[in-house]
Design a protein around this ligand. Structure first.
Ligand SMILES: [Zn+2]
Ligand SMILES: [Zn+2]
Length: 420
């Protein structure tokens, strides 16, 4: 079992006095505190090289930290060892008769999974095991079978958007941890179109940013497409010509830029054999932009499709093909829709810009880009409840690390159980 010292937890009775010592006297840098609601504790992380110190402050009189302080006074509370696979580590220790407090991992701070070893087994020290989450996945095409439908998470490279705009009213001190900004305040995002393979054919849901942007636009959005959609297709033995249907969640350039391609100074449909399925209302909005949404729509991404006669419009929520259903969410833009894939008694949902990254599973973490954020909030609250209760497999179109996973809740704290 390989373990690395992650941090040392210190119970403090007077957090201001402790900060005066660790921050001011020692000159260490303290991160924004994080509340672990289920434990009624506030954690102040202090980076110290590869490891860290964690000052633990009780937020309620019945908090385990408050009880610890009462019994033993301030001081060393626990040490945390980081492991690659916490379930394997627990099994390894259990097989050796080590007494554990947690037989199953549970969610801890910073979206990690944690489990405690009993102090009696560790010579008087409380030891916490931690698996840092999420487990990073590089851009890769990954397939999951779902009844008689297969879903393949593809990619069209990476880009960056302003971190503040990605999180709306959430302050930078909170989002900068899950999504560290660069020197231009932009955070890393991915584009992950989804391929649906069924006996009726192959459907692509969204198609990435494409390659029509000029150098200036690519610089503004830090577009990296060294490995892009064609590579993703090739890695699963396909080309764009194998796509029969392209379904748009909405027509923003980071979702539908890949629908067309420039060939000999003309712009043509990128998928030569495909019909493109687009909500009529979204077409109307995209072709009549206003000052607030103009930057999101690029006419060359969609107008040439209509000229080529390859678009099928529809109006209301419906089954697009057996097992594939669209539901309008509004919020992000009035016609924004998410896609339910249902087969073999299971449900997967491609949530597009409703839950663009795993950080957005918190109800109030809503993009500043959204035209109607209260609509997003209402839809999202109800949807995430349902996704947790019914175990929907959620595809996160923009998450740089996690392509898909289940949203779970433990002790009132949400986390993503990564699948891809
Ligand atoms: Zn969008
Ligand atoms: Zn987007």
């Amino acid at each position: 079992m390989k373990a690395i010292l992650d941090h040392i937890g210190i119970a403090v009775a007077d957090v201001n006095a402790a900060l005066a010592f660790y921050r001011d006297a020692l000159g260490l840098e303290i991160e924004a505190p994080e509340d672990v609601v289920s434990q009624r504790v506030r954690a102040h992380m202090i980076r110290a090289g590869e490891s860290a110190l964690e000052l633990l402050e009780a937020t309620a009189p019945d908090s385990p930290i408050a009880r610890y302080l009462e019994k033993r006074g301030p001081g060393l509370h626990h040490i945390t060892l980081r492991v690659d696979d916490i379930r394997a580590a627990i099994a390894h220790l259990r097989a050796r008769g080590v007494r554990l407090i947690d037989e199953q991992p549970r969610p801890g701070a910073e979206s990690a999974l944690v489990a405690f070893i009993h102090p009696s087994a560790a010579h008087g020290v409380l030891v916490e095991l931690k698996q840092a989450a999420p487990r990073p996945t590089s851009l890769a095409a990954n397939r999951v079978a779902f009844g008689d439908i297969a879903l393949v998470s593809l990619y069209d490279g990476l880009f960056r958007l302003d971190g503040g705009a990605m999180f709306g009213v959430v302050p930078r001190t909170l989002w900068a941890h899950p999504s560290p900004p660069d020197d231009r305040n932009r955070i890393q995002l991915a584009m992950r179109p989804l391929l649906v393979e069924a006996e009726w054919g192959r459907m692509l849901i969204d198609c990435g940013i494409g390659d029509k942007m000029d150098a200036k636009q690519r610089d503004i959005y830090a577009v990296e497409r060294e490995r892009a959609l064609d590579d993703a297709f090739a890695s699963v033995g396909l080309t764009g010509n194998d796509i029969e249907l392209v379904l748009a969640t909405h027509l923003h350039f980071d979702h539908f830029g890949g629908a067309t391609v420039r060939r000999d100074r003309r712009i043509e449909p990128r998928f030569g054999r495909a019909r493109y399925i687009i909500r009529a209302g979204e077409w109307q909005d995209a072709t009549h932009p206003h000052e607030r949404n103009r930057a999101s729509y690029i006419a060359d991404d969609f107008v040439p499709l209509e000229a080529a006669g390859v678009v099928d419009f529809f109006d209301d929520d419906r089954m697009i093909r057996p097992g594939v259903r669209v539901v309008q969410t509004g919020g992000h833009c009035p016609q924004h829709q998410i896609v339910f894939v249902e087969s073999g008694g299971k449900t997967a949902v491609f949530t597009a810009d409703l839950i663009p990254t795993t950080a957005h599973i918190r109800d109030a973490w809503i993009m500043g880009y959204d035209l109607f954020p209260m609509e997003t909030l209402a839809f999202k609250k109800q949807f995430i409840r349902e996704a947790i209760d019914r175990e929907y497999l959620i595809f996160f179109e923009h998450d740089p690390l996690v392509a898909a996973g289940y949203i779970r809740e433990k002790d009132g704290k949400r986390y993503v159980d990564q699948v891809l």
